[in-house]
Design a protein. Structure first.
Length: 369
């Protein structure tokens, strides 16, 4: 009998999710107004210890709104880690500003605070931090640099729901912090996102721009060109149900990571993810780095042949056509990301993965190495 196919990451939907989504549909509040939206915004802001929140259509537009709220635009530069999902860089580009790529730390794969200052120019407006695969960035160092150079900080916490940095939740550090609730994130609304802030002015600007720029209290009056970046009440119902179970998801992801560590520890040729003292990772995606002597893509294919899905790491932003053209030849300041991005591989990481699945994954991987 063929063994069960193990996907990289699938959502965990229970009866609770189905029942709240049903209620939302039956209530007729199917668009972008409704009680689940208000509840989801309030509860997620509380969870991240933030004052203000706006639910939006996805994580990419959350980042776009964050940029716009901070007045980032043409002639500005924004510092972005070279190893991230392309949405982080694209959100900068949408505004007409230019993303400037920063290399990453060898162990955490996060933006390297030591390499930020050398790329600051008079045009630099902001730093985007991304907590890659759920491991927090070293925020104290980054916030200190931002303060010294008068830069705004945007937190791309799309992968870091529930992650702690020195006891505080990720999503609580940026001038604006952005989340995604895509299907493979720790909690999902199908597609969805959120902007969080403690600054009332930024919150109001985000709210205005996400709703077509329509003036509050005066229907169909628009002082600015806005967007339709809203989330629906149906999606928010799914989000409310998921948020009730977030502790369980976190616990499961951490248990997965523990078992992976136990089964893969000490094996030559692979580097396991680190967890620095300053963070409690949500282990969103358990990602290993393979030794140079292995062909990662071949290993991924062979795992797929035996029913185990994996995910290659993001390519470095500086190697992707929309950004490589302006980069010149291989930029030596980005050497770490150029190396590691081509050797990193994400193993299945669903919160509902079973122990025996992990045992099977590890034994197949060991066989291939
Ligand atoms: C998922 C993700 C996003 C974008 O989220 P969408 O909801 O898919 O638009 C942005 N940044 C990072 C780091 C992500 O992982």
């Amino acid at each position: 009998m063929a063994k069960k196919f193990i996907p990289v990451c699938e959502p965990d939907i229970s009866q609770n999710e189905i029942s709240l989504v049903n209620k939302a549909v039956k209530s007729s509040w199917v668009s972008s107004i409704g009680p689940y939206l208000t509840e989801f915004e309030k509860k997620f802001a509380d969870y991240c210890d933030r004052k203000y929140s706006q639910a939006v259509a996805n994580g990419t537009v959350a980042l776009h709104l964050a940029m716009l709220a901070l007045n980032i635009g043409k002639n500005d530069e924004v510092l972005v880690p070279n190893f991230t999902f392309i949405a982080t860089a694209n959100a900068v580009s949408y505004t007409g500003a230019k993303p400037i790529f920063i290399d990453i730390e060898k162990d955490t794969l996060n933006i390297d605070p030591e390499k930020i200052e050398e790329k600051i120019t008079p045009r630099t407006k902001a730093i985007v931090v991304v907590h890659i695969y759920g491991h927090a960035c070293d925020m104290d160092k980054i916030l200190k640099i931002a303060k010294r150079h008068n830069l705004r900080v945007i937190e791309d916490a799309a992968e870091a729901h529930g992650t702690l940095y020195k006891g505080k939740r990720c999503g609580s550090f940026g001038d604006v912090s952005c989340f995604s609730f895509f299907g493979n994130k720790l909690i999902t609304t199908g597609e969805g996102g959120m902007c969080l802030t403690n600054d009332k002015k930024l919150y109001e600007k985000i709210k205005l721009l996400k709703g077509q720029g329509m003036k509050e209290g005066r229907r169909y009056w628009h002082d600015v060109i806005g967007y339709n970046y809203r989330l629906t009440n149906i999606q928010a119902a799914l989000g409310c149900a998921q948020l009730e179970r977030i502790d369980l998801f976190l616990e499961n992801k951490r248990a997965n990571a523990d078992l992976y560590r136990k089964l893969l520890g000490g094996i030559k040729g692979i580097t396991l993810p680190v967890e620095k003292d300053y963070t409690t990772s949500n282990y969103w995606m358990f990602t290993i780095v393979l030794d140079k002597k292995f062909n990662r893509d071949k290993i991924a294919k062979k795992l797929k042949d035996v029913g185990i899905d994996t995910r290659v790491a993001f390519y470095p932003m500086s190697d992707l056509p929309p950004y490589s053209k302006s980069m010149g030849a291989k930029d030596s300041t980005l050497a770490v990301s150029h190396d590691l991005a081509y050797r990193a591989l994400t193993l299945p990481s669903s919160s509902k993965l079973r122990q025996k699945d992990i045992v099977r994954i590890c034994s197949e991987l060991k066989r291939l190495l």
